[in-house]
Design a protein around this ligand. Sequence first.
Ligand code: GDP
Length: 517
Amino acid sequence: MTREEEVKKRRTFAIISHPDAGKTTITEQLLKFGGAIREAGTVKARKTGNFAKSDWMDIEKERGISVTSSVMQFDYAGKRVNILDTPGHEDFSEDTYRTLMAVDAAVMIIDSAKGIEAQTKKLFQVVKHRGIPVFTFINKLDRDGREPLDLLSELEEILGIASVPMNWPIGMGANFQGLYDFTNQRVEVYQGEERFLPFAEIEGHELTRNPFFTQAVEDAELLADAGNPFDEEAVLKGQLTPVFFGSALTSFGVQTFLDSFLTYAPEPHSHKTVDGDDVDPLNPDFSGFVFKIQANMDPRHRDRIAFVRVVSGEFERGMDVNLLRTGKKVKLSNVTQFMAESRENVENAVAGDIIGVYDTGTYQVGDTMATGKLKTAFEPLPTFTPEIFMRVQAKNVMKQKSFQKGIEQLVQEGAIQLYKSYSTGDLMLGAVGQLQFEVFKDRMEREYSSEIVMTPMGNKTVRWIKPEQLDEKMSSSRNILARDRFDHPLFLFENDFAMRWFVDKYPDVELMEEFSV
Ligand code: GDP
């Protein structure tokens, strides 16, 4: 197979959802279709921590692949599928957002009883900003949930995205009969032996006498008349989300979803450099960018894995690449691919694939690595506005040096955001998830022998201001005037009320969600 053919069969996506919507369950189902799960419960075991960490490391050594690291690859229907995990729960961090920078599409799982929940909404904003396609799976139809039409309006009202159902539930909960699949012109039957009933053969079938079936047909007709038509271009631009219904737990509707998803999900996209040029996935020179760095599971080791999204060319084990930030050459020898089906996959990776590079401190989040003529770095990854803040200081005032060095390096690496108060010089850390603080504290101690004290400041709203509008008198008891690590001035507001008060008082001062001049 040529490299072009290889690239064209890649489909790389992430699943976004609120905890408990069924992401783990559906991921396992998808991996099963791809034959990638050798031990049942692999994904779940990782989530629940039923596997001892040492077991994981043994598995990694044995297979030469990393199962702990949240990227799963399998082949299905002529496609090579890469699923990137977006950690949730207490693992929620900036990495969760950054993972969305490395995918070409997103799958959004919604619990039919709960509708759109907080974390889904946050993740969706990031996906929307990127303009990548989103496919929606409404889960747990085997339980009583909300009216399907209500759920569709919620997509529109809360997320602001138009939707087009690809199939429609026939009843739900105890009355769940299956899916009225107008896309494939068949009924997917929930109970009994028979799974698919083509519309052509439906006449006289007992299902047609079921009131829920009649209701589903009516709904479908209504949607065909009044709903959005399927528009592939709008889907690819992320303006229209195809909606599928099903039950991940009983693996119902999951394969129908997967088949359709793989039909419409895009191939690996090109990637912009800081000069505004696009690097095409078919460009023969290798390039990629680091989108997250994960600390090793084993606390005795300081090494980490840098996750690299391949943008162009072909990775080969042992190849030399230029690290564009430092201008130095690095050899990619100790590299891992994830849950690959065979060792062969580990040797080569093309655009769309993710490789894990063992890192002893060489890489930073956002780094570009490239060979040949590619000399310009990719656009930097966005930083995500932190929501939780802590004051930080060295426990031992005599040990300022290691404290400063550690903070500087970890902040540079993108592990956490750092702000400095204008008036007191206090250092403040900002993160999107609690875990980022814990990892930071732990790494400060282990890697820089610096014990730190963190004092919670709670939630804050960050807004940058233009340097020329800076006036220290604008600082009050309801906000903190600070600067970020690039010396850009900003306010940390106690809450939205404090921000509105400020806007009323200083109508000419522009408050920005991201810094720009
Ligand atoms: P995650 O937190 O999004 O990864 O959610 P999980 O996949 O762990 O699912 C959370 C809970 O919902 C588990 O108890 C699952 O067994 C259950 N669950 C997932 N999918 C379904 C479904 O389709 N129907 C029902 N009834 N339960 C489900």
